[in-house]
Ligand binder design. Structure first.
Ligand SMILES: [Zn+2]
Length: 460
């Protein structure tokens, strides 16, 4: 049965931990998340792993909550009616397996940890003498056994004992869920044949999407693009979020040689994600280009930044594009100006509301030059209110807006409603690797909201 009701998850106990990869206790707070920002990710200063600390104690209560949605998913499937293993997922894994086979020439036995519906095993089985799965769901294990004729053990990997050694061990999006990754790597070494291949798929915290998410967090854009960010039932089940440098070091320190690694989109495992490591003495590495990709997004202008600004006066043309090159002011330090030799700068604007003395304007910047909107607004003769560099730096007072304004007897002097630059970064809009568009918004700050409210009230 599917229910929409979500149980609020509250950790029973917390524990602090050193870096689960390198053991260091030297860290920086990286970001907070959860419906009340109750979870903390820190960045290991030594190996660059992003990990939760403090984190919910890894006990049965946590494990039950963390696996709840998976168990719920297994219950919604009527496994007796033999649903098809999704062909598209199997195809994706076929590509991955094909790629992996070049590293695993023995192809004796394959072990998939977290085998789920058996999609990876379905793709790998034809190439191997023997295939084995590990999972936590008895329904899934029975299903895979029946459907593929593959034995699935109901065990955590660290407890899995096998006389048979494997030439390939595959773990896709599992290692970030367990508290003792070091023990897992050591156990993998024992369970592999000499020269066997270990494949680890993990999320990449320094990927384009995660870096953007982090950027929103830094910009204090409240509405995150992921719904799960604010989901109160969310279990912080990723005890850490690996990054490329931390994974490389972690594998090396546990006596694995890295054969290959790259980042991928989940839709295409080969051409573009994942970590391939191995017990041999060879090194062959491609570089992950997550950061470069991130820069390109901006250069290709696929990220739109939308601002709301309150400008002086009424703009005659209600929307338009301001294209004037902006550069450093030739004599005034810290100021920018429209200059022939400046950088090309493009600002689109749309008047949203008019209030006689002021207008509320939406600015969509196509380039991101310093003070671009402020300089462009000044150039069209309507500087942003309270702009001390490019406009009239006087604050906005209620007496200037409200008819018959009377100062309260309590005050000898009127306090301004808005005493700072009337410009606000309202929204970002971008498209990720998979073509999905996100548009996180930030609420207007209190003072701007109050000013707009008064302007609307006393509008003539
Ligand atoms: Zn570390």
């Amino acid at each position: 049965m599917i229910t929409d009701q979500k149980k609020v998850y509250r950790p029973k106990e917390w524990e602090t931990t050193t870096c689960p990869f390198c053991g260091s206790s030297d860290y920086l707070v990286y970001e907070k998340y959860g419906s009340e920002l109750q979870y903390t990710y820190v960045l290991c200063k030594d190996c660059k792993l992003v990990y939760q600390s403090p984190r919910p104690k890894y006990d049965q209560h946590f494990i039950n909550a963390a696996y709840a949605s998976y168990y719920q998913f297994t219950e919604t499937l009527d496994l007796n009616s033999n649903p098809d293993v999704p062909e598209s997922s199997v195809n994706m894994f076929r590509k991955e397996v094909e790629y992996l086979l070049q590293f695993d020439k023995r192809r004796t036995a394959v072990l998939d940890i977290g085998s789920g519906m058996g999609t990876f095993l379905a793709a790998a089985k034809p190439h191997y003498t023997e295939a084995v799965g590990l999972d936590v769901s008895a329904q899934m294990a029975a299903f895979v056994q029946r459907q593929l004729g593959v034995k699935v053990f109901l065990e955590q990997f660290e407890n899995f004992q096998s006389d048979k050694k494997f030439s390939l061990i595959h773990m896709s999006h599992v290692i970030e869920h367990i508290p003792n990754p070091k023990a897992w790597l050591q156990h993998a070494r024992k369970t592999l044949e000499p020269g066997g291949v270990l494949v680890i798929n993990v999320p990449n915290k320094f990927s384009f999407s995660f870096r953007l998410q982090h950027l929103f967090y830094k910009l204090k854009l409240k509405k995150q693009f992921s719904d799960s960010w604010n989901d109160p039932s969310r279990t912080p089940d990723h005890l850490y979020e690996p990054t490329v440098p931390s994974m490389l070091r972690f594998l090396k320190e546990n006596n694995f040689e890295v054969l290959d690694y790259f980042s991928y989109s989940r839709k295409d495992p080969v051409s573009d994600s994942s970590f391939f490591s191995r017990l041999a003495n060879r090194l062959f590495a491609k570089t992950a280009e997550a950061h470069r990709f991130f820069s390109q997004q901006f250069e290709e202008r696929r990220v739109e930044k939308i601002y709301l600004g309150l400008v002086n006066g009424i703009i005659s043309q209600k929307n338009g594009v301001i294209e004037l090159p902006v550069g450093e002011h030739p004599s005034k330090k810290g100021m920018m100006a429209v200059l022939k030799k400046g950088k090309p700068s493009v600002t689109e604007y749309t008047v949203k509301e008019e209030f006689g003395k002021f207008s509320l304007v939406e600015f969509n910047i196509r380039t991101g030059r310093t003070h671009q909107i402020r300089v462009h607004a000044q150039q069209i003769g309507h500087p942003i209110v309270c702009d001390e560099l490019y406009g009239d730096k006087t604050p906005v007072y209620l007496s200037a807006i409200k008819r018959n304004f009377k100062l309260s007897k309590m005050d000898d002097e009127e306090k301004p409603i808005l005493a700072r630059l009337g410009l606000h970064a309202a929204r970002l809009r971008f498209t990720d690797e998979d073509g999905q568009t996100y548009s996180p918004e930030a609420d207007l700050p209190k003072d701007m909201r109050a000013l707009l409210q008064q302007l609307r009230k006393w509008k003539t």
